[in-house]
Design a protein. Structure first.
Length: 281
């Protein structure tokens, strides 16, 4: 039975792990603190500790998903967790010749783009802040080697991620309009599972070194918020300023055209209708 280790096994990591477990993988989760409710073994370790090194060597995972996140937006925390942590795990995995390492990154690496172009899987990174620079450098730890894949996630939403619902209810708090990109958390988790399962099974179409995990349906923020307000039967907003929309528009040609992935929630309408239905029920 192939073994996968998920390092930084938070909410998304547990959904990913559940997909692997029901498909006959042995799953091990690693996180900073203990969690009582999990469908697979979860262990609390500091990944920089010698105890984790020993545990890792005992486990000998076939696949590793590095999904650790910093506890703050401080660039030093980003550097410590995203770069130093990944570098440490990369070193450990290099001692197991057949082990493959996957890194969950963020489309924050695209924040320096503001013109009206589509940002695809192979678009070069263009960060606009120190945190984005750290993520771009961490991605290169994977892409500069002969193996491994970067999963670059756009904005995650889902049944337990309802920030936009709250924002729709508070129009006085709306920021300047911009393009937004998203992926439902269960779709994100299933994409990551499916790509790794395809690698394990040796499927003919090799995935690219970087995959934008997004529904490839970028849309401006106000359109989404007005849609949510309408479905919640909130009062219409009059005289809403409609300036030209800027921001990044992200797609994945690999998911759409080569993998032909079938999203459960292929656009913001289907995703937010599902969330709103649970609120009404």
């Amino acid at each position: 039975m192939p073994k996968i280790m998920i390092i930084g096994c938070g909410r998304l990591g547990q959904i990913i792990g559940n997909f692997f477990q029901i498909n006959k993988f042995s799953v091990v989760g690693i996180r900073r603190s203990k969690v009582e409710l999990s469908k697979f073994p979860m262990h609390a370790y500091d990944i920089f500790s010698n105890k984790f090194d020993i545990f890792f060597q005992e486990q000998k995972p076939d696949y590793i998903i590095y999904s650790a996140t910093p506890s703050s937006q401080d660039p030093k925390d980003y550097e410590w967790i995203y770069f130093n942590g990944l570098k440490k795990v990369k070193h450990l995995s290099s001692q197991l010749p057949k082990t493959k390492l996957f890194f969950i990154s963020s489309t924050r690496v695209f924040n320096g783009y503001h013109n009206d172009i589509l940002l695809d899987d192979d678009t070069p990174t263009n960060p606009s802040d120190p945190q984005g620079e750290v993520l771009a450098n961490a991605e290169r730890l994977i892409t500069d080697t002969d193996d491994g894949i970067v999963f670059r996630l756009s904005g995650i939403y889902g049944l337990d991620r309802q920030m936009m619902i709250g924002l729709a209810n508070s129009p006085h708090s709306w920021p300047e309009n911009r393009y937004t990109n998203r992926i439902f958390d269960t779709d994100a988790a299933h994409i990551i599972y499916q790509v790794i399962a395809n690698v394990h099974e040796g499927k003919a179409i090799a995935p690219p070194r970087v995959i934008n995990v997004t529904d490839s349906q970028p849309i401006d923020l106000y359109t989404v918020l007005l849609f949510i307000r309408a479905k919640l039967k909130l009062q219409p907003i009059e005289n809403l300023t409609q300036d030209p929309v800027q921001g990044k528009r992200i797609v994945s040609s690999y998911l759409l055209k080569k993998m032909n992935y079938k999203f459960q929630y292929p656009d913001y309408q289907s995703g937010y209708l599902k969330i709103i239905s649970t609120l009404i029920d």
